[in-house]
Design a protein around this ligand. Structure first.
Ligand SMILES: [Zn+2]
Length: 133
């Protein structure tokens, strides 16, 4: 994974010419995030391969007696159904764009995505269920 992320950042650095400005990169990332969320919505509203049935999450009064698995099984994604191949392709494409511009921003800021991933994983592991992400 670490090598793949490093190679991805090198690849981005090699081919990114037009959107070298941090302003272009941040707005392109926002655009990709917007399109990703729109494609998820359209999977339900236009295609119909999934439906989104949102309701209040059943947070228990005290989480201290529940295991992580208990908590996970209580929470819902609010999604019924599975993505059709067309919607899956569109969502994967936008996730790819999100990763691309995130990598571009990391390059511009001289940051390593693999190090960021490692730090985030450690932080989340330390907090355990109290991170509740
Ligand atoms: Zn679909």
């Amino acid at each position: 994974m670490q090598n793949e992320l490093n190679a991805f950042q090198t690849f981005i650095d090699d081919i990114l010419i037009r959107n070298k400005s941090i302003l272009d990169q941040t707005t392109k990332l926002q655009d990709a995030c917007t399109h990703l969320c729109r494609n998820i919505s359209k999977s339900a509203t236009t295609c119909g391969c999934i439906s989104i049935n949102a309701h209040k999450q059943p947070y228990p009064p005290s989480t201290s007696e529940l295991s992580m698995d208990d908590l996970k099984s209580l929470m819902s994604t609010h999604i019924d159904g599975t993505l059709c191949p067309n919607c899956q392709e569109l969502i994967e494409k936008e996730m790819g764009r999100v990763l691309f511009y995130l990598g571009a921003i990391a390059n511009t800021m001289d940051l390593s995505l693999s190090e960021i991933l490692e730090h985030e994983k450690k932080r989340t592991e330390l907090l355990g269920k109290f991170s509740l992400r």
